[in-house]
Ligand binder design. Structure first.
Ligand SMILES: O=C(O)c1cc(=O)[nH]c(=O)n1[C@@H]1O[C@H](COP(=O)(O)O)[C@@H](O)[C@H]1O
Length: 268
């Protein structure tokens, strides 16, 4: 049992560097999934489907059950519960984005997403507001580079100069320069981005699937092991876990497999 009395997610007591996307239609479903996976993973992600319907109350409900760490910060060498990844993908004029950050800062997210394509001033506004409004654990502004659902033809269709790797590099550099301390990209870009932004930026990769697994709407995909080996700190997984017959078993298996692969010991 790790210090702090947290349940052991992996054989050595570390939580796996996985953010489970709770893309649930309601709080009851999110709580059910959260109970199943929280003992095994470092982060729970609340995104637009759940947050638009349930609002801040869903975060309070997850915390009330001990499924999310308290916003005040660490209580010991091992986190008592997963951290909150609030995935709202803010993308608007700087003042509006700053207002959005201010409105959710009290929820104590460990990560909060903005679209890097919103530009330097917007990202800087988010970063500054996050620093000013944080009430506990610092909020990392995570800039989403090129969505993992997009392929090369999609980039061309929206007028984003590709290939995806170049677009991700460009957006990552801009975001880090504007103060973002986390980046979201596909596993395909992880190695290059890691080399370019250094080790102090948290690299988050969605688009994670098992070998031959159902891609659904994802395009630039790899396995969790591949993503971590390429330099990711945290992999995001939703449906491969939450749509499984037994999400707890899938999360436990994943945690056991990833134990030892991760670069960061107790991400949260
Ligand atoms: O910001 C994200 O988390 C994100 C960025 C991205 O480029 N691609 C992406 O899939 N995501 C999120 O990661 C999760 C992936 O879910 P699954 O495809 O079900 O594993 C979803 O909640 C997406 O909103």
């Amino acid at each position: 049992m790790p210090a702090g009395g947290a349940p052991a997610g992996t054989p050595n007591g570390r939580r796996a560097p996985v953010a489970v996307a709770l893309d649930a239609p309601d709080t009851a479903t999110a709580l059910r999934w959260g109970r199943a996976v929280a003992p095994h993973v470092a982060v729970l992600k609340v995104g637009m489907e759940l947050f638009y319907r349930e609002g801040p109350a869903v975060v309070a409900a997850l915390r009330a059950e001990g499924l999310l760490a308290a916003p005040e910060g660490r209580t010991g060498p091992a986190p008592a519960a997963p951290g909150l990844f609030l995935d709202l993908k803010l993308h608007d004029i700087p003042a509006t984005v700053a207002g959005g950050v201010r409105s959710v800062a009290g929820l104590g997210p460990r990560f909060l997403t903005v679209h890097a394509a919103g530009g330097r001033a917007m990202i800087r506004a988010a970063v500054e507001e996050a620093a000013a409004a944080s009430t506990g654990t610092p909020i990392a502004i995570a800039a989403v580079t090129v969505l993992t659902s997009l392929g090369e033809a999609d980039l061309a269709a929206v007028g984003l100069a590709g290939p995806a790797l170049d677009a991700a590099r460009r957006l990552a550099a801009l975001a880090v320069e504007a103060g973002a301390t986390a980046l979201v990209a596909s596993p395909w870009e992880a190695e290059v981005l890691r080399n370019e932004v250094g080790k102090n930026v948290t690299l988050i990769t969605p688009g994670v699937r098992s070998k031959g697994g159902e891609r659904a709407d994802q395009t630039r995909v790899a396995t969790a092991e591949e993503a971590l080996a390429a330099g990711a700190d945290l992999v995001v997984m939703g449906r491969p876990i939450t749509a499984a017959a037994d999400p707890a078993a899938v999360a436990a298996r994943l945690a056991a497999t990833l134990n030892g692969v991760s670069r960061v010991a107790d991400l949260r």
